[in-house]
Design a protein around this ligand. Structure first.
Ligand code: NAP
Ligand code: MG
Length: 472
């Protein structure tokens, strides 16, 4: 049983102003795995005041001093990565291999990237007689979701630290453990008091208090579209910068060539990774209509081959994060059937032989782009295959979405892949499975307005000052 009842404020672990706790549920067992405290307005006030007090000195530290701190964090992070993997498995149900693998690796990658970027980043440049200076924006509120908990917290925290900002992290109630360990890591690394603060609690209360707070300069938010809009509205009266990383319904285009079956299979198993709870998931699989039968066979086999079960075992997929998410996904599966999509793998209910835990069957539909299951983000292991006539049609279908977070193109003709990738209206396009920590991550359209990862993440936390007449 984990008892994570204290908040990290002003360099210390402190009890909440008014005690109130919540159960944390292990989604694989439905059992209580521990407790957190739920903060209130007094806790937010304390954390914001601490961050405000710490800002003048932290924002004036040298690049070298901040590098040293980040390297200390790296040593602590490496030392505790096994605990982080365990916590992630327990809080959101990722299988051990994934939790200890990619989940922990993403955090380490963002940390290493922040170090590399900080070494080279140009905080100042001369343009004619003008000096352009980039300065930390101030006190930042970081509000994160549960689906890739370590990725989300680190992709915000490390660039914020590196640029000289101070911050308050509000982790998700559903996945609070790894964030708590991250705060311990940051404390052990010697980050000065008040620079990093963490308050657990409900988004509606803590998140709103941060979004409206006059002493908070910026909000970096990752989560759903609805909450992103709410935060922007709450932040408007105090003219905060609001960086939004929201949802997606990203297209995965498989080209008509001899790699089709393999590419369809890869796209299908990738979709089921992390139980489909990935904002950039390729959840619309676009295949050539002339080869639909072949694509169906490949996707069905790939989906049926996904092993689902106890995350402590050697499985590809664990549960989804909560009962609430399970119910939402079940509703979408029912909706897909009702709107006439062809179910080719999975379907309603739990996988055979599993009676407990929020496990969903890896599900694949064949449908069209007008269906609800093709337009709305399901955030579960549900893939919609959509046939296209030709490349022109594929691009049109791909771009016919309110979202624009990611896109994928797989095929043997690299020229054609690149040409199609250029035409997709989205921020993160994978060509035959590319990956890069230094690439910009973020969305077009309703998928948000921010860009994280690499040096792009630094810009979110910086103001730009022009010193005119600096050089005669
Ligand atoms: P969510 O409901 O939007 O919650 C995200 C965070 O916001 C949580 O910490 C939540 O607190 C908090 N929150 C809730 N209401 C708030 C309010 N009124 N003001 C301020 N904060 C508030 O999202 P989710 O269900 O956790 O995550 C799933 C969604 O996130 C999906 O739509 C997914 O696509 C998106 N996502 C996007 C990206 C990206 O990079 N673009 C990455 C991951 C996920 P609680 O603890 O109370 O819930
Ligand atoms: Mg939510």
């Amino acid at each position: 049983m984990r008892e994570y009842l204290k908040f990290y404020i002003d360099g210390q672990w402190v009890a909440p102003a008014a005690p109130k706790t919540a159960d944390v549920i292990n989604p694989a067992t439905e059992d209580v795995s521990g407790h957190i405290s739920l903060g209130g307005l007094a806790d937010v006030e304390k954390a914001v005041a601490a961050a405000r007090r710490a800002f003048p000195s932290w924002s004036n530290t040298s690049r070298e001093a901040r590098l040293e701190i980040l390297q200390n964090i790296q040593a602590e992070y490496t030392r505790r990565q096994g605990e982080l993997g365990e916590a992630i498995m327990e809080e959101m149900g990722a299988p051990s291999g994934l939790a200890n693998g990619f989940h922990v690796f993403l955090g380490a990658g963002h940390l290493q990237t922040a170090i590399e970027v900080l070494k080279e980043f140009k905080f100042e440049e001369q343009r004619g007689s003008t000096r352009i200076v980039k300065e930390p924006i101030g006190v930042c509120a970081l509000i994160t979701p549960w689906n890739w908990p370590m990725n989300q917290t680190t992709v915000k925290t490390f660039p914020a630290l590196a640029t000289g900002c101070t911050m308050i992290l509000k982790p998700p109630q559903l996945a609070p453990y790894s964030a708590h360990i991250l705060a311990e890591i940051i404390h052990a690394a010697g980050v000065p008091a008040g620079v990093f603060n963490m308050v657990q609690g409900s988004g509606a209360l803590i998140g709103t208090a941060l979004s409206t707070h006059p002493e908070v300069d910026m909000i970096s938010f990752t989560g759903s579209e609805g909450v992103g809009v709410q935060i922007a509205q709450n932040a408007a009266p105090t003219v905060k910068r609001v960086c939004q990383e929201l949802g997606g319904k990203s297209p995965f285009i498989v080209l008509d060539d001899s790699a089709l079956a393999k590419n369809v299979a890869d796209a299908t198993s990738t979709m089921m990774g992390n139980s489909g709870q990935t904002c950039s998931a390729g959840s619309r699989l676009l295949v050539p209509a002339s080869r639909l039968e072949e694509a169906i066979a490949a996707a069905r086999d790939a989906a049926n081959a996904v092993t689902v079960g106890d995350p402590r075992g050697n499985v590809a997929m664990g549960p989804v994060v909560s009962k609430g998410q399970y119910n939402i996904i079940q509703d979408y599966i029912e909706k897909g059937i009702a709107e006439g999509a062809q179910l080719i793998a999975g379907g309603p209910g739990r996988p055979e032989g599993i009676e407990k835990g929020w496990f969903v069957r890896p599900t694949v539909f064949v449908g069209n782009n007008d269906m609800v299951i093709a337009r709305e983000e399901i955030f579960g292991p549900v893939l919609v295959m959509i046939p296209y006539k030709d490349a022109e049609d594929a691009v049109a279908i791909a771009n016919d979405s309110n979202f624009g977070l990611a896109g994928y193109v797989s095929g043997e003709d690299a020229e054609q892949c690149r040409a199609i990738a250029r035409r997709l209206r989205a921020g993160w396009i994978g060509i035959n499975g590319g990956f890069d920590f230094h690439a910009a991550f973020g969305g077009y359209k309703r998928s948000g307005n921010g860009r994280e990862w690499g040096e792009f993440g630094f810009h979110e936390y910086l103001e730009i000052k022009s010193l005119l007449g600096y050089a005669a």
